[in-house]
Design a binder for this molecule. Structure first.
Ligand SMILES: Nc1ncnc2c1ncn2[C@@H]1O[C@H](COP(=O)(O)OP(=O)(O)OP(=O)(O)O)[C@@H](O)[C@H]1O
Ligand SMILES: Nc1ncnc2c1ncn2[C@@H]1O[C@H](COP(=O)(O)OP(=O)(O)OP(=O)(O)O)[C@@H](O)[C@H]1O
Ligand SMILES: [Mg+2]
Ligand SMILES: [Mg+2]
Lengths: 227, 227
């Protein structure tokens, strides 16, 4: 489903260059449940943004479902992004003026879903993440972990094929974090492709495969035998 | 040093009222090393904002170093805040247009520290948290864990008596997180008062005392015997 080959991405700041991704090749099949780990600053979020077509690499190729993403124009890329990927950002990226409910409705609005269906599904998803009594709260009227859970609910709005979650439990207590992991486990069992950035080995244990990054390169890629 | 008595704080949103703090009494002596734990939404950040004089309760009293904080005017409160407290926000709260170095210099600028001394100390603190090669980066040119570490360095700029850190390791891998905890351990050994919100029992183990919140109330307050 996902085939990255020799991906490079660097940022230049004045005279210095930061090589965020320094030659990444990675294949992920449909339905895989992958943990992406590595030290702070090793390139995990940069790789996740490229996987979710939110950013383009400086070099290398990215084939999604057999098609070369370099051939898409901006409009096709946006349509692919909104349909195929559900993205949980490390910094949540909720729209500050919209309520929790309206934030979760947004991807469905872009996909042309009708008002009644949008509100029902957004309410269902917010109840699923334990925020049934915070529907009308705006982001600055929510706690850190509550904002994170709104971001998770929003990522699932269009039932995307691929869920990319960047540190989805960083602000959650262990019990709430475990509830969220049960949700991701279930999505993986249903055949969704799930990639989770985490630095918590307890979270990574839920996944079947662990890819480790260091200084913009893959240093390990281990699959666990099931059973 | 810190004496809270019967603190109440609630938010009203249309017809609903959220009781974030529902009668909190808490005493913290100078030099204590305290972990504040509890489920997502239980009131931890609200309590930390009141401790750091960033917010005022709806009812109850807060004595800091023997003085009733209700008697301070805004200017005195701001001066106390900038001098006595170093605050690491859960959402970092870095100024987006300033470099990492300038963000760490800011509290010293307010305290009237000269330019050369500010730059030296800010550089020293950023090297201490492992960001010596990211001094010129702005927040959106940093990873999540790097932003978090800039926020930690900034909190220590004026050598505050009380360090309030709200989930300081949420975005850090275990090795970087352990380095930050060694830094907090050392500050506690030097006699600073350190309060850390965390949901990670591994982090809480560094502290001598664990206060647990649930639904805006203190449900446990356990001190460990040393040795
Ligand atoms: N400005 C606000 N308006 C309305 N409700 C608010 C506001 N700020 C916080 N709340 C509510 O108050 C409760 C406590 O919030 P607080 O941020 O203190 O929780 P927390 O323990 O820090 O949670 P987390 O671990 O998720 O960061 C939450 O349920 C939240 O929805
Ligand atoms: N816009 C940018 N300009 C300059 N440097 C950047 C930019 N964005 C990221 N970087 C740098 O690229 C490196 C990788 O960043 P990235 O966000 O992918 O790391 P990460 O693995 O997600 O880290 P964390 O675990 O701390 O979130 C970091 O060292 C960061 O300083
Ligand atoms: Mg990141
Ligand atoms: Mg909080």
């Amino acid at each position: 489903l996902i085939r990255l080959k020799d991906i490079f991405k660097s940022y230049s700041l004045g005279k210095t260059v930061v090589r965020a991704l320094n030659g990444i090749s990675l294949e992920i099949s449909r339905g895989e449940y992958v943990a992406l780990m590595g030290p702070s600053g090793s390139g995990k979020s940069t790789l996740m943004h490229i996987l979710g077509c939110l950013d383009t690499p400086d070099a290398g190729s990215y084939f999604f479902d057999g098609t070369d993403t370099a051939r898409f124009n901006d409009r096709e890329l946006a349509r692919l992004r909104n349909r195929a990927f559900g993205f949980v950002f490390q910094s949540f990226n909720l729209l500050p003026r919209l309520s929790a409910l309206a934030n979760v409705e947004l991807p469905m609005l872009y996909a042309g879903v009708g008002r009644r269906a949008r509100i029902n599904r957004a309410t269902e998803l917010l109840e699923l993440v334990g925020l049934g009594d915070r529907l009308r709260h705006k982001p600055n009227e929510l706690s850190g972990g509550e904002m994170q859970r709104v971001a998770i609910a929003r990522a699932l709005a269009n039932e995307p094929e691929v869920i990319l979650a960047d540190e989805p439990t960083g602000n959650l207590d262990s019990r709430t974090g475990a509830e969220i992991m049960r949700l991701f486990d279930r999505l993986a069992e249903e055949g969704k492709t799930v990639v989770i950035v985490t630095h918590d080995p307890g979270i990574a244990e839920h996944c079947r495969r662990i890819v480790r990054l260091r200084d913009g390169e893959i240093v390990a890629d281990e699959s666990r035998r099931s059973g």
